[in-house]
Write a protein that binds this ligand. Structure first.
Ligand code: CMX
Ligand code: CO
Length: 135
């Protein structure tokens, strides 16, 4: 499996507008992309840092992965996303290694990219997203 970039680090927040305004005030950057991804139950914004992004996630409701996360843990780091060249090959590799996957098939996530999640119990208690950005 070839990971060639840290695509993003995702932070779960209650209020995307408020968090973006605070991010701008403190760190001086505006989002490059912002969209609702219904299938993932989030509205997300991407703030560029070099070749990577900080992704801010606001849940669309309490019964979504990010809604449940905020309910039990409060705001904070939700996942890291690794850029891979071939997501199907990466999934096959992880399956062959006996890793616990959330998604055994890629889904379409933000920016139209193919994504798949690896369960936080698989590595370092950290939810990992694979992203094939096609770049
Ligand atoms: N990071 C680390 N650990 C997490 C976690 C996270 N984001 N979310 C849950 N966990 C842990 C919990 O703390 C819990 O641990 P313990 O058993 O030790 O208490 C365990 O995982 C199970 O927690 P849960 O609340 O029962 O959560 P679920 O099993 O219902 O869901 C997960 C967890 C990862 C399978 C689910 O959040 C998921 O499917 N995530 C993938 C989709 C997603 O997150 N989409 C939003 C982002 C979209 C985007 O990036 O574009
Ligand atoms: Co993400």
């Amino acid at each position: 499996m070839f990971v060639y970039n840290l695509d993003h680090v995702a932070l779960a927040v209650h209020d995307l507008d408020a968090s973006l305004a605070e991010y701008l005030r403190l760190f001086g950057a505006e989002p490059m992309y912002r969209e609702v991804v219904e299938e993932q139950g989030v509205e997300e914004a991407m703030v560029a840092i070099g070749g990577s992004f900080i992704q801010l996630l606001q849940p669309l409701g309490p019964d979504t992965p990010v809604g449940k996360f905020i309910e039990s843990r409060g705001e904070g780091m939700h996942h890291i996303a690794l850029a891979v060249a071939d997501i199907e090959a990466a999934i096959e590799h992880l399956k062959a290694e006996g890793s616990r996957l959330v998604d055994e098939q890629p889904r379409i996530g933000g920016r139209g990219h193919k994504i798949a999640f690896v369960h936080p119990k698989a590595f370092a208690g950290t939810l990992v997203e694979l992203v094939e950005s096609g770049q």
